[in-house]
Ligand binder design. Structure first.
Ligand SMILES: C[S@@+](CC[C@H](N)C(=O)[O-])C[C@H]1O[C@@H](n2cnc3c(N)ncnc32)[C@H](O)[C@@H]1O
Length: 542
């Protein structure tokens, strides 16, 4: 989705309290306005609606993989099994080459003119921008006139939104899905395929023809590509989970609904490839509109805007003008590309949903997931695990680190990991502080084990850093083993994205490593000084 309610993203930590380097104060519960509701929300949909079993599949839960309440299909209370092979199966290996028979290549302006014409005939007011080829994002909206800072733009009326309430070209298909109370995301994914297959008889024909034939997102990376290029990054696991969710969603729809109505949902049209496409479109273009009670919608025209980490303006429904708008936070001159923000997302999240990585250092919201684990050899392993489980956590947790700090929950987890048996009475309190769900005081201090806790985080950072270094060193010689030029181009492109991501994630870890080493050095030299003073005093008294 185009804009995400980033802090509430299902994928990313919600409501983390960050402690910043070097003083560790906490910034808590900063809620950021949402625009392109993207990927994050999708995962919430999967986990919370159709597929109650999915969240249980995570063997190594990331920090908030479990935050979504579960709702289920009214007519299908039985849990759904999603079987996804983690090897390079047909469904994942062939996805790089298979394309749907609609949409277009976005490196050209094919179909863009027809889209603009259709939009103005369908109620889009005259615009100060037009679709054009751009340096960032291939196609985008470019200013036709001077645009002032603080100006409202777009005004896309609700009649042009695609929502869960939109009319179907095939009313029977819509009725069946409503009868099964299919949640918004799978419903919209099915709707898009249904309308695309209706071609000219769909009112969205011009819109669909201008959508990318193959949206950029990690949904289109094969399992082998994820393993090869993203081994060092936790985003690999998130991408696998997302692919699993999409395949599970499709299988669930097929088993429960499509197979019962083969005339309405023929497999030639409603299949894994078309669902990969429609979910790819939703992940990269769906908008969540806070001023419409969080309704999700595809908003033609608005979804031609590309993201910039430097702007802080989001799409939303404007009640006074009754349309989707955004307010510019800077001026634009004719010919300049106009940007919005897709939300405060890390580079990994941008790659996951939108298929791009911002330039190094350009994203102030960038973060990296640091995995932490309890040691199996810990004398209190069982007790600690119990305390963690009680608070919805596991022996392995990922916490996001930013260039400016890390969440207080991470420090709490580290305290728990290094706490000795004599602290067993505090395990519960510490585990609660390590969870983003609990509201208890997070800023714990245990001076006796602080050094050990910091060393534990440092060790985890260094172990992650070495994985990134290994990949980055090896990446230079990768990919020379392909035979076709097309395959080579694709690999070089994916590898570059992975190198950019890994470089940015490693950079954050280097910063954390520096801060941790400095703190440990200061603590140790302080201890040494105290010891010397103590020895000095002892000698005097002798
Ligand atoms: C909502 S669409 C924006 C319109 C899109 N460029 C098009 O031609 O259809 C989101 C997609 O635009 C591209 N995009 C957006 N912002 C970008 C950026 N800053 N850098 C590179 N690609 C970007 C990505 O392909 C992303 O999946």
């Amino acid at each position: 989705m185009i804009t995400v309610e980033n802090d509430q993203s299902p994928i990313r930590a919600s409501r983390l309290e960050f402690s910043s380097f070097p003083a560790f104060p906490s910034l808590s519960d900063k809620v950021i306005p949402s625009q392109f509701p993207a990927m994050a929300e999708a995962s919430r949909i999967f986990h919370s609606t159709l597929f109650p079993t999915l969240s249980l599949q995570l063997s190594k839960p990331c920090y908030n993989s479990h935050v979504y309440p579960s709702l289920s299909l009214k007519k299908a209370p039985r849990p759904v099994q999603c079987s996804v092979s983690t090897s390079e199966t047909k469904s994942t290996s062939s996805n790089a080459t298979q394309e749907v028979p609609w949409g277009c290549d976005i490196d050209s302006l094919e179909n863009a003119e027809a889209l603009q014409k259709w939009l103005s005939n369908s109620g889009l007011p005259p615009q100060k921008m037009a679709i054009d080829k751009v340096a960032v994002g291939e196609r985008g909206l470019v200013a036709l006139k001077n645009i002032r800072k603080g100006e409202k733009l777009l005004f896309v009326p609700p009649s042009l939104f695609i929502t869960a309430d939109s009319e179907w070209s095939s009313p029977e298909a819509g009725q069946v899905l409503k009868q099964y109370s299919v949640p918004d995301w799978p419903l919209l994914a099915t709707y898009l395929i249904s309308e695309a297959s209706a071609q000219k008889s769909s009112r969205w024909c011009n819109y669909i023809s201008a959508l990318p034939r193959q949206p950029y997102s990690l949904l289109y990376w094969t399992r082998a590509e994820l393993d090869r290029y993203l081994e060092a990054s936790q985003i690999r696991q998130r991408a696998i989970e997302r692919v699993t969710d999409v395949i599970g969603t499709y299988n669930d729809l097929r088993l429960r609904i499509f197979s019962k109505y083969p005339d309405i949902f023929p497999e030639e049209v409603f299949n894994m490839e078309t669902f990969r496409w429609s979910f790819g479109i939703l992940f990269s273009r769906l908008v969540r509109l806070p001023s419409m009670d969080g309704k999700v919608a595809l908003v033609p025209w608005a979804d031609m805007l590309n993201h910039s980490c430097e702007v802080e303006t989001f799409l939303d429904y404007d009640k006074s003008s009754q349309g989707v708008v955004f307010t510019t936070d800077r001026a634009y001159q004719p010919g300049e590309q106009v940007f919005i923000s897709y939300g405060k997302k890390s580079n990994g999240e941008l790659l996951l949903s939108y298929g791009f990585v911002p330039k190094e250092g350009a994203n102030p919201s960038d973060s990296v997931e640091l995995p932490l684990s309890l040691k199996k050899s810990d004398k209190c392993y069982k007790e600690k695990l119990e305390a963690l489980r009680k608070h919805g956590l596991s022996t392995s947790q990922c916490y996001p680190i930013q260039i400016t700090g890390w969440p207080l929950e991470l420090m709490a987890y580290a305290y728990l990991a290094v706490s000795p048996p004599s602290m067993s009475k505090q395990f519960d309190e510490i585990a609660a502080a390590a969870s983003n769900k609990s509201t208890i005081k997070k800023d714990l201090r245990y001076p006796d084990i602080e050094e050990k806790a910091l060393q534990f985080i440092l060790d985890s950072c260094e172990s992650s850093i070495s994985k990134y270094s290994k990949f980055l060193q090896a990446s230079g010689s990768m990919d020379l083993d392909v035979t076709s030029p097309k395959q080579l181009n694709r690999r070089v492109f994916l590898k570059q994205l992975a190198v950019d991501l890994c470089t940015s994630e490693q950079r954050i870890l280097f910063r954390a490593q520096y801060i941790l080493r400095r703190r440990l050095r200061d603590m140790r030299s302080g201890e040494l000084r105290a010891l010397r003073i103590f020895d000095g005093l002892r000698n005097i008294f002798k």
